[in-house]
Design a protein around this ligand. Sequence first.
Ligand SMILES: NC(=O)c1ccc[n+]([C@@H]2O[C@H](COP(=O)([O-])OP(=O)(O)OC[C@H]3O[C@@H](n4cnc5c(N)ncnc54)[C@H](OP(=O)(O)O)[C@@H]3O)[C@@H](O)[C@H]2O)c1
Length: 277
Amino acid sequence: MDNKKIALITGSTDGIGKATALKLLKEGWEVVINGRNASKCEPTINELKQKSGSNNVTAFIADLANLSQVKSATEKFLETNSRLDLLMLNANSIANDRIVTAEGNEQNFALGYISRVLMIKMLEKVLENTTNSQILSVIGMDTQPLDFNDPTIKNNFTGRKGLGRWQWAMNLYATEYNRTSKVPLNLYMPGLVKTKVLANEPQPMRAFVKLMNILMGITTEQSAENIFIVLNDIVSNKKKGTCYSWKKERGLPKIKTTEGDNVKLLKLTNDLLQKYL
Ligand SMILES: NC(=O)c1ccc[n+]([C@@H]2O[C@H](COP(=O)([O-])OP(=O)(O)OC[C@H]3O[C@@H](n4cnc5c(N)ncnc54)[C@H](OP(=O)(O)O)[C@@H]3O)[C@@H](O)[C@H]2O)c1
């Protein structure tokens, strides 16, 4: 039996995801990368093979803002994989204009939150059947409570709101999920990493973040080294429901909640995912 550990890393045609894929390949893992188009996945796979000297890399092609694509790519993954050691939910790109997807979801929320929960739910069994498996959800610091009366942000949309709301939902979902799950779901804040995602930071933060990134940003390779340390710490110390920043545990960020938000979020999530599960 092949004992290679398997990682599925979303958003791994660039940035932190790609660097982590390379690190894991070098460490002897099998890696499934994800990108939204085949034309970017193919050269990424070739580059990873060449840099790592390993051929154990394949692609999971799906635009993760589209839940039908998430569903069919995940089903395909399950047809050929009976083990999953790491589900790293990492993909993001900030939509600064209000986009409602063809499936009716606000784009930031679909990509950052709903698709992640859909993957968790669809992959839960295979994760449960893999010893010491884990889910790591990559996230930023900004959080803003969801307006349950306006989930697609019809009123006063800003990119910051879009970003803050999915990150708020992910925080709250992680707490709820870990209450009963067999597999640990931890959050990961990479700090400032020199990638293209920051170029799209909503204003007024963009200029500030750009400057800070020049002064303090770390490379994607350094970030991947940090993540590798964190992944091992989670397994060795059986960590569950916490948040790491860089390579250290910092505990879950405090988010603003009102009584009943957890129930409302789980209901909204189930309603949105109903037809995909
Ligand atoms: N960099 C930082 O300082 C920083 C700070 C805090 C949090 N984060 C978080 O870290 C994670 C990784 O970001 P990064 O900095 O590495 O950004 P990045 O270099 O822009 O990489 C993002 C990855 O996500 C993919 N992606 C974007 N939209 C997608 C979609 N709809 N479907 C599938 N894949 C999609 C991108 O694919 P394409 O190549 O096709 O664009 C790319 O591979 C994100 O969750 C980000 O919010 C980053």
